[in-house]
Ligand binder design. Structure first.
Ligand SMILES: [Mn+2]
Length: 321
């Protein structure tokens, strides 16, 4: 399955050029102008216009690029060499509009649609969680897809501040309403924290969305939970979204809406590795907010989860080539 191709883009080797030198790109890969010829396109979505509390995720892509210089060529557990079995590069950031929400959503959708059109799998870094909605609009063009969603919050609320339907607390409700996601193929893992109302998750549950609260994860463990998650999404097209606030704020404080009692970074890595076998058509890491980070630990977590996702998707590319 390791059909390696020496024409694929390769990261700068840290044994030749130190990590702190050179251009800052995802995984130290070349920056290319489009997704043409790529299997997996790494792309930034520097937009936090849907943030309801602490803003700053617009700065996420740049900091994740910076700390992704810590990633190396191969995964130490799976043995996957993502840059040898898949052609991967950094295609830059999508166009955004920080002062117009609806135009911002349209620009993000157009940016991801350009990736999909080239046949590449978009692996993006937000941005707040509302960015996942236009990404899904660009990907789920032929019918609803499945979703594996790591988060402290369900993000299935309806309206905020009056009649505003678009915030980072509403993307998955909108995506179900728009027919982008099949609610019976959605699983949310790590949900926790106080709620606006005891019935806050009733809408999601009534749609058939499976919510695995943090307390259930702690009881069952990663293997059992991910076995169920893989069964829920089955063999069909599935998106994976990783909100960095699913990780405990002691390990990922730089985020908009921190909730204690979260995953350790080690648990998060294990969960992502257990995605192996899921048919992933796109994935993201969202809500890294550098203004609230300390020593870059949240950006390191975001960059490492991005690498974990990349390795799982690259293995899938290699297996289906
Ligand atoms: Mn979220």
């Amino acid at each position: 399955m390791t059909a390696t191709n020496t024409n694929f883009f390769q990261p700068v080797d840290a044994a030749e050029v130190p990590r702190f030198a050179g251009h800052s790109t995802f995984m130290r890969l070349p920056a290319v102008p489009s997704a043409a010829g790529l299997d997996i396109a790494l792309i930034g979505i520097p937009w936090d216009g849907g943030t309801t509390n602490r803003a700053g995720a617009r700065h996420g892509p740049r900091e994740v690029r910076n700390y992704s210089s810590l990633m190396r060529r191969a995964h130490h557990v799976s043995g996957i060499e993502p840059f040898s079995v898949a052609n991967v590069a950094d295609i830059g950031d999508v166009s955004v509009n920080p002062i117009d929400l609806l135009d911002g959503l349209q620009r993000i959708q157009a940016g991801i649609a350009a990736v999909v059109k080239e046949g590449a799998i978009p692996l993006s870094v937000g941005g707040d969680h509302l960015t996942t909605l236009p990404v899904l609009r660009a990907i789920a063009t032929t019918g609803p897809i499945g979703l594996i969603h790591f988060d402290a919050h369900s993000d299935t609320n309806d309206q905020y501040f009056g009649n505003n339907p678009y915030t980072h607390g509403t993307p998955f409700r909108r995506a179900v309403e728009e027919g982008l996601l099949d609610p019976k193929r959605i699983v949310q893992i790590g949900i926790r924290g106080s709620v606006y109302d005891p019935g806050e998750h009733d809408w999601a549950k009534n749609q058939g969305i499976r919510i695995i609260y943090m307390e259930e994860f702690v009881r069952r463990g990663a293997h059992d939970v991910m076995e169920e998650a893989r069964a829920i999404v089955g063999d069909a097209a599935t998106y994976v979204t990783f909100d960095i606030d699913s990780i405990d704020p002691s390990m990922a404080p730089g985020t908009g809406t921190p909730e204690i009692g979260g995953f350790s970074t080690r648990e998060a890595q294990e969960l992502v590795r257990l995605l192996q076998g899921v048919r992933i058509v796109g994935a993201d890491v969202v809500e890294v907010a550098p203004p609230f980070d300390i020593g870059g630990i949240t950006a390191i977590a975001g960059a490492t989860i991005l690498f974990e996702l990349l390795c799982v998707i690259a293995a899938q590319v290699a297996a289906t080539r």
